[in-house]
Design a binder for this molecule. Structure first.
Ligand SMILES: Nc1ncnc2c1ncn2[C@@H]1O[C@H](COP(=O)(O)OP(=O)(O)OP(=O)(O)O)[C@@H](O)[C@H]1O
Length: 230
């Protein structure tokens, strides 16, 4: 569903990505790990159309979207679960959920969202400001699912959350996978990534230096952690 080939990106004269190749299939969870500054966020920004200085090709559901603006990529079914969660503080949980337009016939009705995320059902009338970090993360994921996104790009969903909440997010990612949607998971928490991902890419200085399936990743976890310095 997502095929990225030879992706290069610059900030002015400084090159941040040097030819990144990434694939995500339907029903596949793919993790992208790397130390700070490796280029994870830049990769995501290129994929969703928020970075202009780009070369290479991004194909999504068979279409070349490399030059497509961000709002059209969202409409084509790319869902971004951003690292700051992007929750509107002045809106209620339900208003946040209903804000983005639906983009496919896979859009989750509110009933289904609330069934999968009981904590959001309980807090449907609460304003964004009153949510805990974990609740905000659930809301950000639920909002992307409600649009009917076919691919979720999740930027550090486990960051700063308690282990019990991280485990819940793991369960939700497995449920998303079971619906046939794809997930690209940007994660520094490789122990968490290993509980959900089918494949892993390791990014270092703007290059993919390893591509591993999950069993190999688990076998070499200690060595890889050392290599990545994370
Ligand atoms: N706005 C910017 N202007 C100039 N250089 C940038 C900018 N944002 C990122 N960079 C550079 O691009 C490279 C990749 O950064 P990026 O933020 O994509 O890494 P990352 O792996 O997401 O790290 P982190 O987890 O710290 O966000 C780094 O060398 C960084 O210094």
């Amino acid at each position: 569903m997502l095929e990225v080939t030879g992706l290069q990106a610059w900030y002015g004269q400084a090159q941040a990505l040097h030819g990144v190749d990434v694939r995500v299939g339907a029903g596949e969870v793919v993790a992208l790990a790397g130390r700070n500054g490796a280029g994870k966020t830049t990769t995501v920004r290129c994929l969703i159309g928020l970075h202009a200085q780009v070369r290479g090709t991004v194909r999504f559901l068979g279409r070349d979207v490399t030059r497509m603006p961000a709002h059209q990529r969202a409409r084509a079914g790319m869902g971004w679960v951003q690292d700051d969660r992007g929750i509107y503080a002045s809106l209620t949980v339900e208003e946040n959920l209903l804000l983005p337009p639906t983009v496919s016939d896979r859009a989750w009705p509110l009933d289904r969202v609330y069934e999968a995320f009981p904590v959001l059902a309980e807090r449907r009338k609460a304003s964004g400001t009153t949510l805990s970090g974990g609740e905000q993360q659930m809301l950000a994921i639920a909002r992307a699912l409600r649009t009917g996104a076919r691919l979720l790009l999740m930027d550090e969903p486990s960051e700063g959350l308690a282990p019990v909440v991280v485990a819940r997010i793991g369960t939700i990612i497995r449920e998303i996978k079971a619906t046939g949607a794809g997930v690209l998971l940007i994660e520094q928490n490789v122990k968490f990534a290993a509980t959900v991902a089918d494949r892993h890419y390791l990014l270092s200085q703007g290059r993919i230096v390893e591509t591993l399936d999950n069993s190999e990743f688990r076998r070499r976890e200690g060595e890889l952690l050392k290599h990545l310095g994370i």
